[in-house]
Design a protein around this ligand. Structure first.
Ligand SMILES: Nc1nc2c(c(=O)[nH]1)N[C@H]1C(S)=C(S)[C@@H](COP(=O)(O)O)O[C@H]1N2
Ligand SMILES: [Mo]
Length: 207
């Protein structure tokens, strides 16, 4: 079975609410046992599809409890500079991809422009797939291993991997690394992450 079909089934089960967390884990496990992408990643999408975007109108919004809300175009984002991070990508289901080079802008740098207010305790993340959500405590998000990623191994991020911008959170399981990122909200409270709603721990730190 092509993995897209597999993931479509997984997404469908989630939408219908018929899959308990244990069943979902075993479905995710089945995907891992199936086709592996050429680059070693499994491509996951809870909606069953890869969302499209227009590079000329795409914006990454930084909103909520911030002094200076941002609405960054791709050019605006790249003008903030380029950070590079060498790390291993690791999914909670067991697969991992070592020696990855992520290019983009650390959230610390991004957030320096937005200037979070003292009441901001979390960053909440939203995908333009319309469904996936995640959060991080702001002190974690400000660390050196958390990046708005636009490049993987020197090439622009592919649509499958979350183009034009995905999060990468070093030392945390892959479900924190939301794809197709379009909104970052500084908040007093964390939003419930997509998988956290099905029982995955909100603190996804590895080890
Ligand atoms: N929008 C969105 N982001 C997502 C997911 C998803 O299904 N949708 N899956 C998460 C999980 S569980 C993992 S392991 C990684 C997988 O990244 P990849 O699809 O680039 O391999 O993306 C994370 N971010
Ligand atoms: Mo994952």
């Amino acid at each position: 079975m092509p993995r897209r079909v597999f993931l479509g089934l997984l997404g469908g089960a989630v939408v219908l609410g018929v899959a308990a967390p244990a069943i979902q884990s075993s479905l995710a496990g089945s995907v891992v046992g199936g086709a592996v992408g050429l680059d070693g990643y499994q491509i996951y999408t809870v909606t069953g599809g890869i969302p499209t975007f227009d590079p000329s109108t795409y914006r990454l919004d930084v909103v909520g409890l911030v002094e200076h809300p941002q609405s960054l175009s791709l050019d605006g984002l790249s003008l903030l500079g380029t950070d590079t991070l060498h790390a291993t990508f690791q999914c909670v289901t067991g697969w991992q991809v070592p020696n990855q080079t992520f290019g983009g802008v650390t959230l610390a740098r991004l957030l320096a422009h937005a200037a979070p207010l003292p009441a901001a305790r979390y960053l909440n993340f939203y995908s333009f797939d319309g469904t996936y959500t995640e959060s991080l405590p702001i002190e974690v998000a400000m660390g050196p291993g958390v990046m708005a990623v636009t490049h993987l191994d020197g090439k622009p991020l592919s649509a499958d991997h979350g183009a034009p911008v995905r999060l990468f959170v070093d030392h945390y399981y892959g479900y924190k690394s939301i794809k197709w990122l379009s909104r970052i909200e500084a908040s007093a409270k964390p939003v419930t992450g997509y998988w956290e709603n099905y029982g995955y721990p909100a603190d996804a730190k590895i080890g």
